[in-house]
Design a protein around this ligand. Structure first.
Ligand code: NDP
Length: 397
């Protein structure tokens, strides 16, 4: 049993807090702290079975965070703000002495580049302080790492090839919208592609490599090779991997909008002067795009995300596909948020729950695949993200 402090009050936080409240045997009370307190108040208003407090905080400011931690005395801080805040929140956790969990790795505000090295550099300090940091505990990264660890533990002697496949076959009935924070999403998608093969990283032009893949209950979808952060930790934690790639589906309409946004300079992350005021085009764009948290009501269809893994068992080739399909409407009915927020918020809660229960608790900084996958896999089935397995099917990749 413990107290959890959730930072951020967007779509992912909406789901995670609701799910925390549905596990009141483990969580005693919640503080939601964010930049705009009214958004935290809105989430808190939907919870009646558990005491939920709210607060205003600028998570870029370590002293504000530490003051808040001193007042609330959390057992765990769950960072559901933006990747820019990861390091200031980790610093505050160390300064006060509390464990940490997030769903996205650190990214500097002024450079669209994300990598784990910045957060892995905290390992010794968390270890010495006897504190746990759980990194990347959403769906991808998150569940994809747990799926891989589960496959390695139960089915393979040696994992050799992994393709993470992320399909959103939903329709939000908007001309253009992103499914999570637009700024983070567009920064991620417009960067160069990258994958791992035979001991080295290979780069591709953005979204230039693509092929049609078939997704269960969805059918064929054009899927684009991209770099995604869990590739970095999986390659490190499963050194037998010969190749690791990540694929995401996009519709033509989405890609056309994205191309226009780039061509007209609206994806720029450097400040420009507008009427004597400095603005960052991508931040302005975020302000005029639909709020991902509001897409749920008219969202139809489902997501299908999984791992396609090949390797050896008893000297023979084994092909394995593990995945979850999540309905936007079902997610909305349960939590008021669409499936992309749902598939991220639920695993964040599960990681927090396993920490509170002492099952995912060890001093240091860890990616999810470094913990025992079994209790997490059980919780996925209990908490709304059931998974399915297929053996020796055509993985297409
Ligand atoms: P939103 O933009 O909807 O929410 C982010 C929240 O963080 C907002 O409430 C925002 O406040 C708050 N925030 C931003 N900056 C600060 C700050 N300096 N201090 C305090 N609060 C701040 O994002 P999402 O809910 O869609 O995503 C949340 C996180 O989840 C992101 O890091 C995203 O990358 C990650 N994610 C991970 C996925 C995975 O599978 N692993 C998938 C999808 C998302 P305000 O409202 O005032 O702006």
């Amino acid at each position: 049993m413990g107290k959890v402090l959730v930072i951020g009050a967007g779509g992912v936080s909406t789901v995670a807090v609701k799910k925390i409240a549905m596990n009141a045997d483990v969580f005693t009370n919640i503080l939601i702290a964010t930049r705009t307190q009214s958004k935290a108040d809105k989430i808190a208003a939907g919870i009646t079975n558990l005491k939920v407090y709210t607060a205003q905080v600028d998570a870029d400011k370590q002293d504000e965070l530490v003051a808040l931690f001193r007042e609330f005395k959390p057992d765990l801080v769950v960072n559901l703000a933006l990747p820019y805040q990861d390091l200031s929140i980790m610093d505050a956790c160390l300064a006060y002495g509390v464990s940490y969990l997030d769903t996205a790795n650190y990214e500097p505000l002024h450079e669209a580049k994300y990598q784990y090295s910045w957060q892995w550099a905290y390992k010794d300090r968390f270890e010495k302080a006897g504190l746990t940091a759980i990194l990347g505990c959403g769906f991808d990264p998150g569940v994809t790492g747990v799926y891989t660890a589960y496959a390695a533990k139960h089915y393979f002697d040696e994992i050799q090839y992994i393709d993470i496949v992320d399909c959103n076959a939903g329709d939000h009935h908007k001309a253009f919208a992103t499914n999570f924070n637009p700024e983070i999403n567009i920064r991620e998608i417009t960067q160069r592609g990258k994958y791992y093969e035979n001991g080295e990283w290979k780069e591709t032009e953005p979204l230039s490599v693509h092929q049609t893949l078939h997704y269960p209950e969805v059918g064929p979808k054009e899927s684009y090779l991209m770099y995604h952060e869990e590739l970095e930790s999986l390659v490190k934690n499963f050194p037998t991997l010969r190749r690791a790639r990540f694929w995401m589906t996009f519709g033509q309409e989405y890609l056309t909008h994205l191309r226009v946004i780039q061509n007209i300079g609206m994806s720029r992350i450097d400040p420009i002067l507008y009427n004597g005021v400095e603005i960052v085009p991508i931040q302005f764009l975020k302000a005029v795009l639909p709020n991902p948290g509001d897409l749920g009501e008219n969202y139809t269809g489902q997501t299908s995300i999984g791992c396609r893994i090949r390797g050896l068992k008893d000297g023979k080739e084994l092909a394995y596909y593990v995945y979850n399909n999540c309905s936007h409407q079902a997610a909305y009915k349960e939590t008021g948020a669409q499936a992309v927020s749902y598939t991220t918020g639920v695993p964040a809660m599960i990681g927090a729950k396993l920490f509170m229960q002492g099952r995912w608790k060890k001093p240091g900084v860890w990616n999810v695949e470094e913990f025992d996958p079994d209790p997490f896999m059980n919780e996925l089935n209990e908490q709304g993200l059931p998974w399915r397995e297929q053996f020796n099917v055509d993985l297409e990749l």
